[in-house]
Write a protein that binds this ligand. Structure first.
Ligand SMILES: [Zn+2]
Length: 442
């Protein structure tokens, strides 16, 4: 009889890991960490000896604990796409470095990472292979380059593990494989399954509008995001709308994009990244960083939860400049003064408020909160500038404007589309606010 054991995740994001015991082999589907906690959390240990890892993708919540097998003197094959191997090496080495900076010793070393990387076995999409009495096939998950949905066929049963998956095409990738055999057991992610994501086109337009408005007042637009699968996607979004401004890439994203661009066959349009990269410049030195922010420009940089890497330096330098904007593009440490444009992930925002306070304090930045009820609002039609409360864009709009007067007498002028964070941790468009709403961030 096939047995399934869940080693983490289920009720939270992180520590993804499932043990499939076919009776002839113990197969581990992902083995990730929970990064939001310091020190990071690891999945439950496996009783007995595992035989192989089938790794869906490199993101640390799915892969971060894989080097533990080698650290525990259990070197086992790790089946994954080629690009996943290269990206895992980058992310695992970086997680050791960051942990050391935080004064935490992870339970595996660089040596364990090197040994684990050596034990990778490349898997090809839709090509079945045998492993100890099971037939295994990797299908494309459409989530990030190399992301896979391993299918285990054993004892007459088909077990599909989706990992993170995306069914729709993105600019970078085709959507997940949908031509699948009949499945008896489906193990799937449901993290965002209950949410209606905002329409992609409108989010892209908001991003482009933010960039244009920032550059129009000679500001710097800082765009933070995941190194793998997000900043590469944003780069293609920018390219599709035309890049006629200085564009820079900083942080670990440089290495990640370079790796991904070596695996052109994984991309929807193999030369798309090459084309977009021609318009961007990689930033490698501190003196370059000081120089580029003197002129209006767009900087794509790895988010590091706003806690490490070049983004910290940029924010410190630009924090008091009201003409600059910060765009956060996904799961992220968020302050009351920032907006999340591409993904509105409210639960995470709530849990990360504490971290953002810590970030601001550590960097001697002022915490400015807006916790007020609306006293009145009306709609104007005129051109205006919005001086944002803190480190965000000064926006120019021609047309409809919502004028909010808060109980303190403070006035805000917002476009009807402008996202406003209300006390119940929901984003509302300024145009949809009511007098009952209490605003905690714009
Ligand atoms: Zn992922």
């Amino acid at each position: 009889m096939i047995k399934l054991e869940f080693l983490g995740a289920l009720s939270f994001v992180g520590c993804s890991g499932v043990l499939v015991d076919t009776g002839k082999a113990k197969l581990v589907l992902d083995y990730g960490t929970k990064l939001q906690e310091i020190p990071p959390k690891f999945p439950l240990p496996i009783q007995g000896k595992a035989d192989a890892v089938l790794l869906s993708h490199c993101h640390l919540d799915h892969s971060g604990a894989v080097p533990l097998f080698n650290a525990n003197s259990n070197s086992i094959p790790v089946y994954a796409k080629d690009v996943t191997k290269n990206l895992c090496e980058l992310l695992w080495m970086d997680s050791i470095k960051i942990s050391r900076e935080e004064g935490i010793e992870l339970p595996f070393t660089k040596h364990d990472v090197v040994k684990t990387i050596d034990s990778f076995v490349p898997a090809k999409y839709r090509q079945q292979f045998n492993f100890k009495g099971s037939k295994i096939t990797f299908f494309d998950a459409g989530h990030i380059p190399g992301s896979s949905m391993p299918l285990i066929s054993s004892g007459g049963k088909n077990i599909l593990y989706t990992g993170d998956f995306k069914t729709a095409d993105s600019r970078l990738l085709k959507g997940a494989d949908s031509d699948l055999p009949d499945i008896d057991v489906l193990i799937t992610e449901s993290t965002y399954g209950y949410r209606d994501h905002p329409d992609r086109k409108s989010q892209e337009k908001l991003l482009i509008e933010t960039i244009k408005n920032t550059l129009a007042v000679n500001g710097v637009c800082l765009i933070a995001g995941f190194a793998v699968g997000r900043l590469d996607e944003i780069l293609l979004v920018l390219d599709s709308y035309g890049i006629d401004y200085p564009l820079y890439i900083d942080g670990m994203a440089k290495k990640a994009i370079t790796i991904i661009n070596r695996h052109k066959s994984l991309m929807k349009e193999p030369n798309a990244l090459d084309k977009a990269l021609k318009k961007a410049e990689y930033i490698t030195e501190e003196k370059q960083r000081k120089k580029i922010i003197r002129q209006p420009c767009v900087i794509l940089t790895t988010s590091g939860m706003l806690s490490g890497g070049p983004i910290v330096g940029y924010i410190k330098k630009l924090y008091d400049n009201r003409d600059c904007s910060l765009v956060l593009s996904g799961f992220q440490c968020v302050t009351e003064d920032t907006n999340v444009y591409l993904n509105h992930e409210h639960d995470e925002i709530k849990s990360l408020f504490k971290q953002s306070d810590k970030f601001l304090k550590n960097n001697n930045l002022e915490i400015r909160k807006l916790n007020e009820k609306i006293a009145s609002f009306n709609i104007n039609k005129r051109c205006f500038d919005i001086g944002r409360i803190a480190f965000t864009a000064r926006r120019r709009h021609d047309g409809e404007v919502i004028k909010l007067t808060l109980e303190s007498g403070k006035e805000l002028l917002l476009s009807p589309e402008h996202p406003v964070l209300t006390k119940d941790m929901k984003y509302k468009k300024a145009g949809n606010l009511t007098i009952e709403d209490e605003i905690i961030g714009v």
